[in-house]
Design a protein around this ligand. Structure first.
Ligand code: F6R
Length: 625
C-alpha cells in the first residue's frame, strides 16, 4: 500500500513523477504528492484525493525541476487530507521523505522529537523519519550516515524515498521488508515501489533487497546494508514492453477484466497444459518471459516430494483466500491429501504447526501482501515445503519461495480482483492434476477426461458473457437492497463468499456469504421480504441439500435468486430470478458460477454511481499488516 517514486535526470521531473504515480495508483488513492528541488530549494506539492488532484496542482504551478520524489497514499495513520499527504518535511523544510509501510514505534519517537523541540504537523507515522534524519544530519553532516542512523531507530517494515536540497544531485531510497526498484538509463535514474512504474522508461532494473539503502545519482546507484557495508549487485535487463493500460472501449477496467476471463483462462491453462493427453508442465523452462520480469520461475518439487506431503496449508487474503478455498476442494478430491486454508493475517502470533512434510501454498495476485508473505516465510523457516501462486513473478513472493506458478493475467487495473481469481483457481486445477498424476491418485483416463473438461471451460465462460444484458436487467431489480445474502455448498461455498465480497467492495451494499447449510444456524434470522438471497447451485453431490436450504429462505419470504444451470427445472420453480450458466460438471463449476456474481456486483455498483475501478478505502496491493 502506498506507492513511492523518484526521478533524477535531465528532463522535467514532475511529468515523470506523475506518470510513475499513475502506474502505482492501484496501491492507494487517498492522496498524492511530490517533493522537488526547484531553483535549489525544496518544494512540496500535495493534494488529498485521487492523483487527478495532484495533476491539476502541478499543471497550475508548473514546477521546474529535474529531481524529485513522489507518493500515492493509502491512509494508515491519519485521515486522508492534505496535511497527512506525503511527502513530509523536516523542521528546516530542506529535506522530504515518502514512505510505504508502518513505523511501529512512531509514537515514542514522536514524543521524543517533540520534547527535543521538533514541530510535527501531521498525524502520520511517517513524519518522524524526516525529523530523525534531520537530527542525525545536524550531527554528522553526511546524509547517507544520517539515514542509516535514523533507520537504526525505526521498528516495523517500510520503504522510504528521501530528497534533500543540501544534496540536489542525489536521491536516497531505503528498503526494509518492502519492494523498491531503481531503473537506470543513460540520462536518468528512476525509483519506484513496483517496477511497472520504471519499466515505462528503462528496462535496466536494480532491485533493493532487505535492509538496504540506495544512494542514487542520475548515472549510478550505490547500495549499502544498514550497517554501512557496500553491496554489489548488477542491474538486470527486464522485458519492458510498455503496459497497455487501456479500457479498450469498455466503460470500466473491471468490466473489461471480467470479459477477459476466457482469454486469461486460455493463456494460463495453455501455458502449463498444452493438450489433455500431455502432462501439466510447471518446469522452470516453461516459466519465464513474463512482462517486466527478470526472474525465471517454475515448480521444482518432484514426485518424491509430493509423496512426502501429508498436509497442505494454503495461506491468502481476500479474494485470493477464496481461490484457496476452491483449491482445497480440488486438491483433496484429486490428491487425497488433507488441505487447510487460512486467512494469512490469522497466522500471526500463533504457533504454526508445519513440518517438513507440509506443503504451504501462498496465493497472492500482487505477491506483495504483507500477511501472506509473513505466513509463507514463517512456514519456510519451520521447514515446510512452499509454493506461491501469483500474477507477479517479479514480486516479493517470488523471492521467498523456490516454487512459483504464475497466472497469465497481464496487469489487473481494477482494484477488485476478477480475472486473477479465476486464474488462481485454474492454477489449483493444474496443480492438483499435476500432483495427482505424480501420486497416481487418479487414473490416466480420469486425468485425461478432467484435463479435456478444464480446457473446455473458456468456451463456457464466453457463453455466460454473451448473456451480459440479461444478467444486467435481472441484477438491477435488486440494486436498492440494503443487505444481500449469498449461499453455496461445497465448491460453491467459496463462490458465495466471493460474490458477497465483490458486492460489498464495489457497491458498498452490505453482503454476507454463508455455507448454505449454515443459514439455519443463525443467519436465517436476518431474512425477510426485503433481503435478496443468492444461491449458487449446480447439479452434483450437494445439489439437493442446497435446494433444501434455499427452500428455508423461501419460507421466510426472501427474494430468491440463483446462479443455476440452463434447464434446471427445480431451480426454476424455487427461485424468482435465475442468472443462468451453461451446464457444467460440479467440479469445474466455480470457474463459471463466479462470473454472473461479478457482473451482478458490477452492474449494481455502476447503477448506484460508485467508483467501480477504485472503490473507496481500498488499495490493490496490501503491504501493511
Ligand atoms: C478483492 C481483492 C482483495 C485481494 C486481497 C489479497 O477484490 O482484490 O481481497 O484479493 O487484498 O491481495 P493479493 O492477492 O494481492 O494478495
Amino acid at each position: 500500500m502506498c506507492g513511492i517514486v523518484g526521478y533524477l535526470g535531465s528532463s522535467q521531473a514532475a511529468p515523470v513523477l506523475l506518470s510513475s504515480l499513475r502506474a502505482l495508483e492501484y496501491r492507494g488513492y487517498d492522496s498524492a504528492g511530490v517533493a522537488i528541488i526547484e531553483n535549489g530549494r525544496l518544494a512540496v506539492l500535495k493534494a488529498a484525493g485521487k492523483l487527478a488532484n495532484l495533476e491539476s496542482l502541478l499543471e497550475s504551478k508548473n514546477p521546474q525541476a529535474t529531481v524529485g520524489i513522489g507518493h500515492t497514499r493509502w491512509a494508515t495513520h491519519g485521515v486522508p487530507n492534505d496535511q497527512n499527504a506525503h511527502p513530509h518535511m523536516d523542521c528546516s523544510g530542506t529535506l522530504a521523505i515518502v514512505h510505504n509501510g508502518i513505523i511501529e514505534n512512531y509514537q515514542a519517537l514522536r514524543q521524543e522529537l517533540m520534547e527535543n523541540g521538533h514541530t510535527l504537523s501531521s498525524d502520520t507515522d511517517t513524519e518522524v523519519v524526516a525529523h530523525l534524519i534531520e537530527d542525525e544530519f545536524r550531527t554528522t553532516g553526511d546524509l547517507l550516515a544520517a539515514i542509516r542512523g535514523a533507520v537504526g531507530r525505526l521498528k516495523g517494515a517500510y520503504a522510504l524515498g528521501v530528497v534533500s536540497q543540501q544534496l540536489p544531485e542525489k536521491l536516497y531510497a531505503v528498503n526494509h521488508h518492502y519492494s523498491l526498484a531503481v531503473g537506470l538509463s543513460d540520462q536518468a535514474s528512476y525509483l519506484a515501489s513496483d517496477s511497472v512504474a520504471v519499466c515505462q522508461y528503462t528496462n535496466r532494473i536494480l532491485r533493493l533487497e532487505q535492509s538496504e539503502i540506495a544512494e542514487i545519482t542520475a548515472s549510478d546507484v550505490k547500495l549499502y546494508s544498514f550497517d554501512g557495508q557496500a553491496v554489489s549487485r548488477t542491474p538486470v535487463m527486464v522485458d519492458s514492453n510498455p503496459f497497455v493500460i487501456d479500457k479498450q472501449g469498455y466503460k470500466h477496467f473491471l468490466l473489461k477484466e471480467i470479459h477477459e476471463q476466457p482469454l486469461i483462462m486460455r493463456q494460463t491453462l495453455g501455458k502449463y497444459l498444452k493438450h489433455p493427453e500431455k502432462p501439466v508442465d510447471f518446469s522452470a523452462a516453461n516459466g519465464s518471459g513474463h512482462h517486466c520480469d527478470d526472474t525465471s520461475y517454475g515448480v521444482s518439487l518432484t514426485a518424491d516430494d509430493f509423496k512426502k506431503i501429508d498436509r497442505i496449508l494454503i495461506v491468502a487474503c481476500g479474494t485470493a483466500y477464496h481461490a484457496g478455498l476452491v483449491g482445497k476442494y480440488i486438491l483433496e478430491e484429486l490428491c487425497g491429501i488433507p488441505v487447510e486454508v487460512e486467512i494469512a493475517s490469522e497466522m500471526r502470533g500463533r504457533k504454526l504447526l508445519v513440518t517438513g512434510n507440509t506443503l504451504t501454498i501462498a496465493v497472492s495476485q500482487s505477491g506483495e501482501t504483507a500477511d501472506t508473505l509473513a505466513a509463507i516465510t514463517e512456514a519456510a523457516a519451520r521447514g515446510s515445503m512452499t509454493l506461491g501462486i501469483t500474477n507477479r513473478p517479479d514480486s516479493h513472493l517470488a523471492l521467498v519461495t523456490p516454487n512459483l506458478i504464475v497466472t497469465e493475467c497481464g496487469i489487473e487495473v481494477s482494484v477488485a480482483a476478477t480475472k486473477t481469481f479465476v486464474a488462481q483457481c485454474a492454477c489449483f486445477y493444474l496443480l492438483a492434476l499435476h500432483m495427482a498424476d505424480a501420486l497416481k491418485t487418479v487414473t490416466p483416463e480420469r486425468s485425461r477426461d478432467l484435463k479435456a473438461k478444464l480446457l473446455a471451460v473458456p468456451a463456457l465462460m464466453e457463453q455466460i458473457l454473451a448473456r451480459e444484458d440479461t444478467i444486467r436487467l435481472k441484477s438491477l431489480r435488486h440494486a436498492e437492497a440494503h443487505d444481500m445474502v449469498f449461499v453455496g455448498r461445497g465448491l460453491n461455498y467459496p463462490i458465495a463468499l466471493e460474490g458477497a465480497l465483490k458486492l460489498k467492495e464495489l457497491s458498498y451494499i452490505h453482503a454476507s456469504g454463508y455455507a448454505a447449510g449454515e443459514l439455519k444456524h443463525g443467519p436465517i434470522a436476518v431474512l425477510d421480504h426485503l433481503v435478496p438471497v443468492i444461491t449458487v447451485i449446480v447439479p452434483g453431490a450437494v445439489y439437493e441439500k442446497t435446494l433444501s436450504n434455499a427452500q428455508e429462505a423461501r419460507a421466510r419470504n426472501a427474494q430468491m435468486i440463483a446462479v443455476a444451470v440452463d434447464g434446471d427445472e427445480q431451480a426454476r420453480k424455487t427461485f424468482d430470478t435465475i442468472l443462468s450458466i451453461p451446464p457444467v460438471e460440479e467440479f469445474f463449476s466455480p470457474l463459471l458460477t463466479v462470473i454472473p456474481l461479478q457482473l451482478l456486483s458490477y452492474f449494481i455498483a455502476d447503477y448506484l454511481g460508485k467508483d467501480v475501478d477504485q472503490p473507496r478505502n481500498l488499495a490493490k496491493s496490501v503491504t501493511v499488516e
